[in-house]
Design a protein around this ligand. Structure first.
Ligand code: SF4
Ligand code: SF4
Length: 227
């Protein structure tokens, strides 16, 4: 951790700054390998299932462009685009380096400059559109694949595989969404993410500890509550 860089958010300062901090048990504000490992396991499983569903649906329907587009958008999103509209506003992104050090997309390329101000409305819209596509497309592809298998009499096995995969995708999306909401979004320091549910009290306390971020937020119209 960096002791010599007072402009960095407390997230990256020496752990001694956290002694007696009331936010220590409330926020995911320090790097945590255990939390990251839990997230990775679930995230990789969820994404692998999504690719499997889209792949099998493409095979059943013969529409391989579905798989191609899904693969391009998903890979580009996690390697390049998401870090622009979302991660570069996160305190974890502030530390220099070629790769992202954080609690979720650790190891992805760090291509953009850190911006301590909140995510803009247009970035939030892009996040909603791209995230919505990546999460909903496998379900739609699975449902369409099931219908094509059924309507073309592709055989009981093909129909059953398509339906089971689609239902598994639905269950996985619900499970992963709840895992993220319960373990991350209520404690996440990327406060302006569209999914963030951290309470204003915690946001304000974190901003009071981090003058650079506070100034950037106030310049964008954010008003802190009373102390
Ligand atoms: S808010 Fe900052 S000082 Fe407090 S525990 Fe988190 S990283 Fe440490
Ligand atoms: S609020 Fe949730 S989705 Fe947004 S950056 Fe944090 S963990 Fe990720």
């Amino acid at each position: 951790m960096d002791k010599q860089a007072p402009d960095l958010p407390c997230t990256w300062l020496d752990e001694s700054v956290c002694l007696d901090c009331s936010l220590a048990d409330e926020l995911n504000c320090r790097h945590d390998s255990e939390l990251l490992a839990c997230f990775r396991q679930r995230h990789l499983g969820y994404r692998a299932l999504a690719f499997l569903v889209v792949g099998v649906a493409s095979f059943v329907t013969g529409l391989w462009w579905m798989f191609l587009i899904y693969a391009i958008v998903t890979v580009l999103n996690f390697t390049v685009v998401e870090s622009w509209y979302l991660c570069r506003h996160c305190p974890f992104y502030s530390r220099d380096g070629r790769t992202l050090q954080c609690l979720t997309l650790q190891g992805m390329p760090r291509l953009w400059k850190y911006d301590p101000s909140p995510i803009t409305r247009s970035e939030q819209l892009i996040m909603t559109a791209v995230g919505g596509f990546i999460d909903l497309f496998p379900l739609l592809a699975g449902a369409y694949g099931s219908w094509v298998a059924f309507s073309t009499n592709a055989g009981l096995t093909a129909i059953a595989i398509m339906i089971v995969l689609t239902l598994a995708m639905l269950a996985a999306a619900g499970y992963f969404g709840k895992y993220l909401a319960d373990n991350y979004c209520v404690r996440c320091v990327n406060f302006s993410c569209v999914m963030n549910k951290t309470s204003k009290l915690l946001v304000d306390e974190y901003l009071r500890k981090n003058p650079v971020m506070r100034e950037a937020w106030e310049a964008c119209g954010y008003v802190l509550g009373d102390e």
